[in-house]
Design a protein around this ligand. Structure first.
Ligand code: GLA
Length: 330
């Protein structure tokens, strides 16, 4: 036994200089990255940037889409069975928090969240799980500022304008974003009675379109509309809804949050649509940085910061190319 131990030690020491210690470790690191909406450009971008971190550091990245709670729990077990030591997750349901914490621990994996922060049974954030999200209220306020500026720019009488609040209130970051926008609208004299809730069943464009259509049909007398929600998809869904009921683009101001392909494509259309702007946020930070932080945690026992909130920058149809250039996005 003693001999065996010594032999193992000797061979390990002999191997180390050949392989280089860091390299040998990086090869053994496997990191999972689960997202709730794999077809959404934002999450595609997060994965793309996490892949960059994997290529740079030499670890393996396992990407899984999990659109509901059942798939999510199966995905965590799946990662555990593959020998993954830690994962980053944007959950389809933040209320699964306590169950996810337990499942990660049962599989002996470290867990970090991105975008959507886990909550406990009382609805409070689970602070023991490191998280990177956006500064939701502040970014919502930027959306509100952009809407108010454009209302002024178009010379609308504020009393004649309706607002579609595309909402997903079971998700705290979504509520913070829309409430941030509403606070600015109200401060600017926007009539509260003209702000209509359009609850969406999912956080994609189709669900937002359906939700916004209901509001528009209920208020055929309103001529001018503004719209906002938790992401570009919410704002785009509202824009598609206005188009489907025949409201001209010049009577619509929707501002999104994200700045990924779906938003930029809208700006590239030859005729302006109601999608007037987006607050660009950083999938690079949310994908590359989280993956790198998880790597440091696993390989070097360096725990990530408990909470990082990233910022956003408004881009409109007129200036998006310059804004993207300034932010270093090609
Ligand atoms: C949520 C939204 C996404 C994106 C991220 C950004 O997860 O559903 O569309 O806005 O937040 O953190």
């Amino acid at each position: 036994m003693r001999f065996l131990k010594k032999a193992l030690l000797v061979s390990a020491l002999a191997a180390a200089p050949l392989m280089g210690f860091g390299a040998a470790q990086a090869q053994d690191v496997k990191i999972g990255f689960i997202v709730k909406q794999p077809e959404e450009p934002w999450f595609q971008d997060e994965w793309k940037f996490a892949d960059q971190a994997a290529a740079e550091k030499g670890f393996e990245l396992v990407k899984i889409g999990a659109v509901d709670g059942e798939k999510l729990m199966a995905a965590i077990d799946n990662l555990g069975a593959q020998g993954v030591q830690g994962f980053i997750v944007c959950t389809p349901d933040v209320k699964l928090g306590p169950g996810m914490v337990a499942k990660a621990a049962a599989n002996d994996m470290k867990m970090m969240t991105v975008d959507d922060r886990l909550v406990d049974a009382s609805g409070a954030p689970i602070e023991s799980v490191p998280h990177m999200g956006i500064s939701a209220t502040k970014i919502g306020e930027t959306v509100g500022d952009a809407i108010m500026a454009e209302i002024k720019n178009r010379g609308w009488n504020i009393a004649d304008v309706g607002a579609i609040r595309v909402s997903y209130d079971q998700l705290p970051t979504a509520t913070d974003r829309v409430e941030g926008a509403i606070s600015v609208l109200k401060a600017g004299g926007f009539p509260e009675a003209n702000i209509f809730d359009a609850p969406q069943a999912k956080t994609d464009t189709e669900a937002a379109l359906n939700a916004a259509t209901t509001v528009l049909n209920a208020h055929p007398d309103i001529k001018y509309w503004v719209a906002f929600g938790l992401n570009d998809e919410a704002a785009l869904g509202a824009v598609r809804a206005t188009e489907s009921v025949g409201i001209p683009a010049e009577n619509v101001i929707a501002i999104g949050i994200g700045g990924a392909e779906s938003a930029i494509n809208e700006f590239k259309k030859p005729d302006p649509t109601g999608f007037a702007g987006t607050v660009i946020i950083s999938p690079r930070r949310h994908g590359y940085e989280t993956a790198l932080n998880m790597y440091e945690w696993i390989a070097n026992d360096k725990a990530p910061e408990p909470l990082i909130l990233t910022s956003g920058t408004l881009a409109t149809r007129d200036n998006y190319e310059q804004v993207r250039k300034d932010l270093g996005i090609e």
